[in-house]
Design a protein around this ligand. Structure first.
Ligand SMILES: Cc1cc2nc3c(=O)[nH]c(=O)nc-3n(C[C@H](O)[C@H](O)[C@H](O)COP(=O)(O)OP(=O)(O)OC[C@H]3O[C@@H](n4cnc5c(N)ncnc54)[C@H](O)[C@@H]3O)c2cc1C
Ligand code: SF4
Length: 325
């Protein structure tokens, strides 16, 4: 790792002001950021790391009226073992308890998990070997290179500079993202409240719509019936520590008038399987319907040669998890 200045922020204002200065980056648990610094993947090495974990009272987990409120600095381990989360949003406890490794879960946070940068191997290659579009460079190397872990639902076109448009086909692989989508979470920041459908995004060195200096402070989950009838499943190649190649969250309300289905690892942002949701609306799950829903969830996929396996994964996992719901 190269030297950098280190500031232990004590207030959100202090952290936010410091982050607006060029060359500054926020660290919470550091589980995503520190390996990236160690591998020197950024086009410009950050001058200052702003430790936001030193800001007090942002690691709470509490129920307030009809909302489960989780501070952005709550660790994945605390979320996994919280009786409040287990009782009110069991799939969130389950997903938090499966991400990364037991020791990392003790230090890494929910805020860092939803803001983590893509795992694309070009993006993560040592010493910024590939200065790709997601870093402000000119091209996406995965479009013509090895894209076996990349999107099957197209890329996101975004601006790398005013008026300069580029495409990225990296996927969002975080464990918690699809879960928070089906639980209709709200994301509270130092500037605004962002709905689940608007939070995740693609930008230069960014996986959310957060502005420079904007800090996620809280995640709010409505205590709805969806939270109680839900499933979370992740598919990995290795049994030990591994990111999900694909992960799936499903939630349904009591009268089954609405199913929420979200899939991670298949698109640049968590993918809402709208066709499957529409097909299932108001219907009892049967083996035939679950199979049709799996097919509907994969509709519109345009895989590359090396990642067509994800289409079959969607079909199988959606079918299985609907039957288990
Ligand atoms: C070996 C290994 C295995 C892993 N396996 C998994 C896995 O299976 N599943 C998974 O989902 N992740 C995995 N991760 C990634 C990472 O550990 C987790 O995503 C973790 O939750 C990140 O949280 P953090 O607090 O450490 O984030 P940090 O590394 O501190 O931050 C991550 C990013 O988010 C930004 N950020 C952090 N907090 C905020 C905030 N409150 N507001 C605005 N921006 C913020 C930071 O600036 C940084 O860009 C793994 C990491 C490692 C090293
Ligand atoms: S998929 Fe995105 S992160 Fe990967 S090389 Fe292309 S632009 Fe970069």
């Amino acid at each position: 790792m190269r030297p950098f200045n280190h500031i232990n922020a004590t207030t959100l204002n202090q952290a936010s002001d410091a982050l607006k200065k060029s060359g500054a980056v926020a660290a919470a648990g550091g589980g995503d950021l520190f390996p990236a610094l160690k591998d020197n993947i950024f086009p410009e090495y950050p001058k200052t790391v702003i430790n936001i974990k030193s800001i007090p009272d942002l690691d709470y987990i509490k129920v307030d009226g009809d909302t489960l409120r989780i501070g952005a600095l709550a660790t994945l381990a605390d979320i996994a073992r919280s009786p409040l989360v287990q009782a009110n949003a069991p799939i969130l406890a389950q997903a938090a308890g499966r991400a990364s490794s037991p020791s990392l879960r003790e230090t890494t946070t929910i805020g860092g998990n939803v803001c983590q940068l893509p795992r694309c191997w070009y993006f993560r290659k040592l010493n910024n070997r590939f200065n790709c579009a997601r870093k402000g460079g000119e091209r996406c190397f995965a479009l013509t290179g090895d894209n076996r872990y990349h999107s099957i639902f197209g890329g996101t076109v975004f601006e790398t500079a005013p008026g300069v448009k580029r495409t990225c086909v990296a996927v969002n692989q975080g464990d918690l993202a699809p879960v928070l989508m089906v639980l209709i979470a709200k994301f509270v920041t130092t500037e605004r409240v962002i709905g689940n459908m608007d939070f995740f995004g693609v930008g230069v060195l960014n996986s959310t719509v957060l502005n420079c200096g904007e800090i996620l402070t809280e995640i709010q989950i409505p205590l709805s019936e969806y939270a109680q009838r839900s499933r979370y499943k992740r598919f990995t190649f290795r049994k030990s520590i591994d990111y999900p190649v694909l992960n799936l969250a499903i939630a349904v309300n009591k009268d089954k008038s609405q199913y929420h289905i979200c899939i991670g690892g298949v698109a640049p942002v968590p993918y809402i399987a709208g066709n499957a949701e529409a097909l299932l609306k108001g219907r009892e799950i049967t083996p035939e319907l679950a199979e049709q829903a799996g097919i509907a969830a994969a509709e519109g996929a345009k895989p590359y040669e090396a990642n067509a396996y994800k289409v079959q994964l969607i079909k199988t996992l959606v079918k299985r998890e609907l039957l288990a719901l």
